[in-house]
Design a protein. Structure first.
Length: 135
């Protein structure tokens, strides 16, 4: 019986370290995905004179210009431009990466808080297994 308690105590720090390493790697990957999205948007904007090419835009603004049959061959990194119409908006590959990385980051943070709350709850249950509340 003593060997089981000692074995359990030795396993807990290993599990905690493993969870921490997994969390840090997942956190790093979300930032890498977000960075790739920001960088791809930056690349297409700086390559095209400081404006983002947009498919289906009828007029030029201070930050965007339309993709037309006349200028399509002059646009650099066309595949990174705003060319994916979804709903009322037109998205770029960089936008997808930014939103996907942000969603993963939000899920990771929310999951961490839920895990902390569950751990606190389980620790309270161990301290008071009968469920008796003292006033």
């Amino acid at each position: 019986m003593k060997s089981e308690k000692i074995k359990t105590k030795k396993e807990l720090p290993t599990i905690s370290i493993g969870v921490f390493v997994f969390f840090m790697n997942a956190l790093l990957m979300t930032f890498v995905i977000i960075f790739l999205g920001v960088y791809s948007n930056f690349l297409v904007i700086t390559s095209n004179g400081g404006k983002m090419p947009v498919y289906g835009l009828d007029f030029e603004t201070s930050t965007h210009f339309p993709i037309t049959p006349e200028n399509i061959n002059e646009i650099k990194y066309l595949y990174l431009a705003d060319i994916f119409p979804i709903g009322k908006h037109i998205w770029s590959l960089g936008d997808f990466l930014i939103y996907f990385g942000s969603a993963l980051l939000a899920l990771l943070v929310i999951g961490s808080f839920i895990g902390i709350i569950i751990k606190i709850y389980l620790n309270e249950e161990r301290k008071n297994p009968e469920g008796v509340t003292y006033c």
